[in-house]
Write a protein that binds this ligand. Structure first.
Ligand code: ATP
Ligand code: ZN
Length: 642
C-alpha cells in the first residue's frame, strides 16, 4: 500500500496509509482530538471525517466548535434541506448551495411555480422528520460518466458535474436514495443537525449572471446551540429594521424596478428631498472651502478613456461604447476625472492658481455585477460628490490634510462617528493591473502614510485596494447587513497629469507638471443616502427630513383653516410642512405621522385656534406640549440651523 504524506499546521509532517480518513488522522494525534473532529481540510478543501483520502497535502482537523466546524454543520443542514425539497417536489432542479459565516443557502428551480416563502414551514417539518430518522449521509464517488447519468435532466447539476475538479471522480452526498453533487463536507447523519431555521426566499441568477435563468434561493441558518440561533435571529431582525431598502420602501424614498434596469434607482419625492438637501449643503460647503463647481457631460468620445487608461484598466466596470455608425464611439463615463482634466486644460494655468480645486456632482455609470447591486448602496448609475485638486509637488501634504479636515467637519455635521481609515496600496503580486511606474507608487504610497502618521490618525493598510492610477485613503463604514463599504476617499495621482500632459507655469516662468488629488467627501448621493438612512434608522434629523412638520386639525371643518394658515406661514419660511386633510380619527393620523418619522406633529383644535398656539409632539416622544406659534417657529428654525 502506498503512503500519503500530510503536513500539519505546526509544520510537522507525518505519513499515513493510502485510504486513511481525517478522523483516523485526528485520533492518531490524540484521543480527545479524535472525538472533537467533525471533518478535515486538505489543501483548503473540506473532506468528510470518514472519507478515504488518496492524496496527501496540508491537513487541518476541523473540530465542531470552530468556525469551520459550524460551516460543516451548515453544509450538512443544506444537504438535509435538499433531501427534504426533493422528497416534496419531484420535478425540482438544484443550482448551487453553500454555507458561510451568515448561514447557508440552496438554489432551486421548479418548473411552473417556484418555491415560495409559504412553503418554508412545510419544508421545515420535512427536514425535522429526516433529522429524527437520523439517516446516514454517505459520501460516494462516481466517475464523470456515471455522474452525468445520475444528474441527467437537471441542467444545473450537469453543469456542476462538468466543472467538478475532482480528477475524474465526482463527489456526491447520499441521503436515502437522494443524491446530490457535494460541495464541502457533511456530518455522518441527518440527526447531527438539530438547530436550524429557514429564513427567506429570493431570486438569484444561476452563477450570479443576469443573462442566466433566475433561480429561487432559500436562505437559512443552523447553529450548535439554541441560544446562538436566538441571538442570530435577533441580530437579523435589527439589521432588517435598519436596512435602507426596507426603510426606503416604508418612507417611499426610492425604488428600483428590474424591468427598467437593475441598479438604476428612481428617487421618489421624499428621497429626492433628502438628496437635494445634501447636494445643496455639500456644494455650499465646498464653495466656501475654495472649490470651483462645474457641470460636464456624462458622455464622451471613447478616445478620452483610452487616453486616461480607463479603457485598459477599468473596462470590466464600464458600459460598452455606443457605436454612432459614423466611426465615432461614445462612452458613458465611469469616473469624472478625465472631464475635470478637460476643464484644467482649457486654460493655461499658473502656479498662482494652485491648488486648483474643481468639483462637481458628477453622474457616472459603472457596470457593477448584478449580484453585487443592493438598493442605493451599490448601483449602476450614480452621482459622485467628486472633486479633483491640482497641486504642485510641495503642496500635496498640506492639501491632503485640508481635505481630511474638511471631511471630518462634514462628518460632524451629519453626526457620523463610526468609521475607520484604510490606506489602500497596489497589489505587489499583481502589478500589471496598475499603472506601471514603481517609483511613482513607492513615492505616493509613502507620502500618504507620512501624512496620516503626521496627523496621528489610526489606519489599516490594505494591499490590492488601490485605484489603478494611484494609492488612496478610504473611509470605511459598515452597512446594516454588516458589509464594509467605502464612503469617502482621497486618492493621489501622478499618472493622469502625465497621460494628459498637464502643465502649469511656475514662478520661474517654466512649465511644470501638477499632481492630481481625487476626492469624494460624501461618496455618491446613492451610497450616502443609503448610509444615512441606516444610521438614522429612517428618523432623519430635521434639516434632512423630507417632511419636517405635519399639521393635524382636530376637526377638518372647524380647524382646517387655521391649520392651513400655519402651513402657509411655515412654507414661506422654507419649512417642509403639510396639513393632513384625511377624514381619519386623530389618533390614527398622529400615529401615522410617527410611523413616517416626521420630526414635528402639530395638533390644532379650539384652544389652539383661540390662543394662536399649537400643540407640538416631537418624533419619538409621548407627550405633547402647548406653545405659541411664534415660539414653535423659533424652535424649529434653531433645530434646522443646528
Ligand atoms: P468600491 O470599492 O466601493 O467599488 P471604488 O473604489 O471603485 O468603490 P471609487 O472609484 O473610488 O470607488 O468611487 C468613489 C466613491 O463612489 C466610492 O468611494 C464609493 O463610496 C462610491 N461608489 C463606488 N461605486 C459605487 C456604486 N456602484 N454605487 C454607489 N456608490 C459607489
Ligand atoms: Zn477622479
Amino acid at each position: 500500500m502506498s503512503e500519503l504524506s500530510f503536513e500539519f499546521p505546526d509544520g510537522s509532517v507525518k505519513a499515513f496509509d493510502d485510504g486513511v480518513t481525517a478522523e483516523e488522522i485526528a485520533k492518531s494525534i490524540s484521543i480527545s482530538l479524535g472525538k472533537k473532529a467533525v471533518a478535515g481540510k486538505v489543501d483548503g478543501q473540506f473532506v468528510n471525517n470518514d472519507e478515504p483520502l488518496h492524496k496527501g497535502g496540508k491537513i487541518e482537523i476541523v473540530t465542531g466548535d470552530s468556525d469551520d466546524g459550524l460551516n460543516v454543520l451548515r453544509e450538512t443542514a443544506a444537504q438535509v434541506l435538499k433531501a427534504a425539497i426533493a422528497a416534496n417536489f419531484k420535478d425540482i432542479r438544484f443550482g448551487e448551495s453553500a454555507a458561510d459565516e451568515d448561514g447557508f443557502f440552496v438554489d432551486t428551480d421548479k418548473p411552473e411555480t417556484q418555491i415560495s416563502v409559504d412553503q418554508l414551514d412545510s419544508l421545515t417539518k420535512s427536514m425535522q422528520k429526516l433529522i429524527s430518522q437520523d439517516l446516514p449521509i454517505k459520501v460516494i464517488f462516481l466517475s464523470k460518466e456515471a455522474a452525468l447519468k445520475q444528474v441527467a435532466g437537471d441542467p444545473y447539476q450537469t453543469e456542476l458535474v462538468k466543472e467538478s475538479a475532482h480528477d475524474d471522480q465526482v463527489k456526491f452526498f447520499e441521503i436515502g436514495d437522494f443524491k446530490s453533487v457535494a460541495e464541502g463536507a457533511a456530518l455522518p447523519s441527518t440527526g447531527k443537525v438539530k438547530i436550524f431555521k429557514l429564513l427567506s426566499v429570493a431570486g438569484a441568477y444561476w452563477q450570479g449572471k443576469s443573462s442566466n435563468p433566475m433561480l429561487q434561493r432559500i436562505y437559512a441558518t443552523a447553529f450548535n446551540k439554541q441560544s446562538e440561533l436566538d441571538a442570530d435571529l435577533k441580530k437579523r431582525q435589527e439589521a432588517h429594521d435598519r436596512d435602507h431598502r426596507v426603510i426606503g420602501n416604508q418612507l417611499d424614498l426610492f425604488f428600483v424596478d428590474p424591468k427598467v434596469g437593475a441598479g438604476l434607482p428612481y428617487w421618489m419625492p421624499n428621497g429626492a428631498t433628502i438628496r437635494r438637501t445634501i447636494e445643496r449643503y455639500i456644494v455650499d460647503k465646498e464653495v466656501a472651502n475654495g472649490y470651483e463647481h462645474v457641470y460636464t457631460p456624462v458622455l464622451a468620445n471613447l478616445d478620452l478613456y483610452k487616453q486616461s487608461g480607463h479603457w485598459d484598466h477599468y473596462r470590466e466596470d464600464m458600459f460598452p461604447p455606443m457605436d454612432m455608425g459614423d466611426g465615432e464611439e461614445l462612452e458613458l463615463r465611469p469616473m469624472n476625472c478625465p472631464s475635470h482634466i478637460q476643464i484644467y486644460n482649457h486654460h493655461i494655468r499658473s502656479y498662482r492658481e494652485l491648488p486648483l480645486r474643481i468639483a462637481e456632482l458628477g453622474m457616472m455609470h459603472r457596470y457593477e455585477k448584478s449580484g453585487a447591486l443592493s438598493g442605493l448602496q451599490r448601483v449602476r448609475e450614480m452621482t459622485l460628490n467628486d472633486g479633483h485638486t491640482f497641486v504642485a509637488l510641495d503642496q500635496i501634504q498640506e492639501e491632503f490634510q485640508k481635505i481630511l479636515k474638511l471631511m471630518v467637519e462634514v462628518y460632524h455635521d451629519f453626526d457620523i462617528n463610526d468609521y475607520t481609515f484604510r490606506l489602500s496600496y497596489r497589489d505587489p503580486e499583481n502589478t500589471e493591473k496598475y499603472f506601471d511606474d514603481d517609483e511613482m507608487w513607492n513615492r505616493a504610497q509613502s507620502m500618504l502614510k507620512g501624512a496620516m502618521d503626521e496627523m496621528g490618525l489610526d489606519y489599516v493598510e490594505a494591499e490590492g485596494e488601490a485605484a489603478f492610477y494611484g494609492p488612496k485613503l478610504d473611509v470605511q463604514t459598515k452597512t446594516a447587513l454588516g458589509n464594509e463599504e467605502t464612503l469617502s476617499t482621497i486618492q493621489l495621482d501622478f499618472m493622469l497629469p502625465e497621460r494628459f500632459d498637464l502643465h502649469y507655469v511656475g514662478e520661474d516662468g517654466k512649465q511644470h507638471r501638477p499632481v492630481m488629488i481625487h476626492r469624494g467627501l460624501v461618496s455618491t448621493m446613492e451610497r450616502f443616502v443609503a448610509y444615512l438612512t441606516e444610521i438614522y434608522k429612517g428618523a432623519f434629523p430635521t434639516w434632512l427630513a423630507p417632511h419636517q412638520v405635519k399639521i393635524i386639525p382636530v376637526s377638518q371643518d372647524k380647524h382646517g383653516d387655521y391649520a392651513k394658515q400655519i402651513n402657509d406661514q411655515l412654507r414661506k419660511l422654507k419649512i417642509r410642512s403639510s396639513v393632513d386633510t384625511r377624514a381619519e380619527k386623530m389618533g390614527y393620523l398622529i400615529r401615522d405621522a410617527q410611523t413616517h418619522k416626521i420630526p414635528y406633529t402639530l395638533v390644532v383644535g379650539d384652544e389652539e385656534v383661540s390662543g394662536k398656539s399649537v400643540s407640538v409632539r416631537r418624533y419619538g416622544e409621548k407627550d405633547t406640549q402647548s406653545e405659541s406659534l411664534a415660539s414653535f417657529v423659533d424652535e424649529i428654525q434653531k433645530d434646522i440651523a443646528s
